[in-house]
Design a protein around this ligand. Structure first.
Ligand code: BES
Ligand code: ZN
Ligand code: ZN
Length: 504
């Protein structure tokens, strides 16, 4: 439990167990001015540490100085690196490093003295870095209990402000709800596939509706999917004895207009992707538990929006399936009639994500006529080849929507890089026996997957986010304190802020 409060800069009588103070490289004397209200002893000790170059302000380095006489018991000197290269994402990383260090030494309360005039973006970055870096997924690690300190069970972080604490508190509160949503999404995506089945995710979605009166959740069962013609989802789910579930979450925040739907979010939730009959190699197959990340993101986004009580309507659709090989699996060669009537020849059962997304998108468009659609999916290994592990492949039919998302991404530091959606790529998914086929060959694998989806979207502005590289930390991921191992919750911050941004 982390609590963030905005507090006026305390007078010298104020006690804090730990004060975090930023130190720029080569500008260490600035710190002395910042320590105006600390006691003389402490100022002198800090002065000596800096003069002796025990702390140089190098980026991310930390030096803790004790004060035997108070009122602050300790000061954490936090290296900010060079002044000219500090940006908000570095602040996010630094806030994370400070939080991790403080909890490592069992501090349950500390204060942060901002190194400069606060802005909204800076405050958000400090809050995000703090709350996202403290995330741990250790519920299955029984042997660690009692062995080693897990840090304090609750933590209070005070951000020292010059005035207007109420305004800053509002920024902190909003950001805290967003980071809670990210950590909720991470918790779901990190679950092992034996625990997290399609039914489990459906239950989580139903829980959301019992917690929030503005959310209603509907779970479409397999037999109903069959009669509705959602055959793409049914086909992928056939090989597993855990039946597929199609989760529909409606959030109604706009009391004036209950039928307009500004956003439809769709997330791929393959609770485990073996590849099916086109089975994957066993090396690192365990990572395919993260193939549900897009769907978990959507559940988290809906939860976050409801907790923020945003005044708009948003629909979330999460097709949940397990892709398994068995005697009842769908096969290469099968031809599936999709929800919108198009027929798809299955060439490779490992290209399952596009089938469940296509039906979900077509269903969402028909039922809700949204103003915009954004889907998130760990869709193609090709996306990792093209863009690496920190950039989401972004494909869209709407330059305006993509521009808005990119601007948000610059603030959140979630990276969205556009790949082209030229209709020519439709050539690659032409089938000899059906309207289209489910793979388009090695060339441009991320694009042909998106082109496949485009066959199920009408003119509605739409963005497809391929989060195969970004959904969990992989080898070669840039080290960020706020992205711990495992699921990252990539996309949740940006998409919640995209909805909020329009309402500001
Ligand atoms: N879930 C995978 C994509 C994936 C692979 C995500 C590795 C993250 C890491 C997806 O269902 C898949 O298997 N895609 C195939 C498509 C191919 C058969 C056209 C792929 O990328 O190999
Ligand atoms: Zn697959
Ligand atoms: Zn998959």
């Amino acid at each position: 439990m982390v609590k963030l409060v905005a507090e006026r800069i305390p007078d010298s009588a104020k006690q804090t167990p730990l004060l975090v103070v930023g130190v720029f490289e080569n500008e260490v004397e600035e710190v002395m001015n910042q320590l105006g209200d600390a006691n003389a002893n402490l100022v002198e000790i800090v002065g000596r540490v800096l003069k002796d170059k025990e702390h140089t302000g190098a980026f991310g380095t930390i030096c803790i100085v004790h004060s035997p006489t108070g009122p602050m018991h300790r000061i954490m000197l936090l290296g900010l690196g060079e002044k000219k290269s500090l940006d908000n994402d570095k602040v996010r990383v630094l806030a994370g490093k400070a939080a991790l260090k403080a909890t490592e030494i069992n501090i349950s309360e500390y204060s942060i003295k901002p190194f400069t005039q606060l802005t909204k973006d800076l405050t958000e970055a400090i809050c995000e870095g703090t709350c996202l870096s403290l995330y741990k997924f250790d519920k299955y690690q029984t042997q660690k209990i009692g062995e080693k300190s897990h840090g304090p069970s609750s933590l209070k972080v005070s951000l020292l402000v010059d005035g207007n604490e109420k305004d800053w508190q509002r920024v902190l509160d909003t950001t805290k709800i967003i980071t809670d949503a990210v950590n909720f999404g991470r918790d779901l995506a990190n679950l092992p596939p034996n625990e997290c089945s399609p039914e489990y995710l459906a239950r989580i979605a139903l829980d959301l509706s019992s917690k929030h009166h503005r959310i209603s959740t509907r779970v479409i069962e397999r037999y109903e999917m069959e009669s509705l013609g959602l055959n793409g989802i049914v086909a992928v789910g056939m090989g597993s004895n855990k039946p597929p579930k199609l989760v529909i979450i409606e959030y109604k925040g706009n009391e004036g207009s209950s039928t307009t739907v500004p956003y439809l979010f769709v997330g791929k939730a393959v609770t485990f992707d073996t590849g099916g009959i086109s089975i994957k190699p066993s090396d690192r197959m365990e990572e395919m538990k993260f193939d549900k990340s897009g769907g978990c993101d959507v559940l988290a986004i809906m939860s976050g929006l409801a907790n923020l009580e945003v005044k708009t309507n948003v629909i979330g659709i999460v097709p949940c399936v397990e892709n398994m090989p068995s005697s009842s699996s769908y096969r290469p060669g099968d031809i599936v009639r999709m929800y919108n009537g198009k027929t798809v020849e299955i060439i490779n059962t490992d290209a399952e994500g596009r089938l469940i997304l296509a039906d979900s998108i077509a269903y969402g468009v028909e039922k809700y006529n949204p103003n915009s659609i954004i889907d998130l999916a760990t869709l193609t290994g090709a996306c990792i080849v093209a863009l690496g592990s920190n950039i989401a492949g972004t494909l869209s039919n709407s330059p305006e929507l993509i521009d808005r998302l990119r601007q948000i991404g610059e603030k959140t530091n979630e990276k969205f890089w556009e790949l082209p959606l030229y209709p020519d790529f439709n050539e690659q998914i032409k089938s000899k026996f059906a309207d289209i086929k489910n793979i388009g060959g090695r060339a441009g694998g991320t694009i042909t997957a998106a082109i496949f989806l485009s066959n199920f979207v009408n003119e509605t502005p739409w963005i497809h986010l391929d989060i195969a590289g970004t959904a969990w930390t992989q080898d070669g991921t840039w080290d960020k304190s706020y992205n711990p191992k495992g699921a990252t919750g990539f996309g949740i911050r940006s998409l919640i802020r995209l909805v909020l941004d329009e309402l500001d």
